[in-house]
Design a protein. Structure first.
Length: 83
């Protein structure tokens, strides 16, 4: 996966930011496959927002990371907060 610089931060992230809005609709097995496949393909940049599934999508994502034993420190999350 090609990497690009994230703004002026000097941090290189995958050129694809994977949207996680519908993760709350997946079963645990499907979520594990979705997140695992993305990581296996080199995607390390994930789009999240507190309104995705009413916060459920972030919980599903975190649980999938734990089940597939991937360290959170190896990922970048783009998080939008709506008030």
């Amino acid at each position: 996966m090609k990497k690009i610089l994230l703004g002026q931060s000097g941090i290189a992230v995958s050129q694809i930011a994977l949207g996680c809005m519908r993760l709350c609709d997946l079963t645990p097995t499907e979520a594990d496959a979705f997140v695992g496949m993305a990581l296996d393909e080199g995607i390390d940049f994930f789009d999240h927002a507190d309104i995705y599934g009413g916060g459920c999508s972030e919980e599903v994502f975190a649980a999938a990371l734990k089940r597939i034993s991937r360290p959170r420190e190896s990922l970048f999350l783009l998080l939008f907060l709506f008030s």
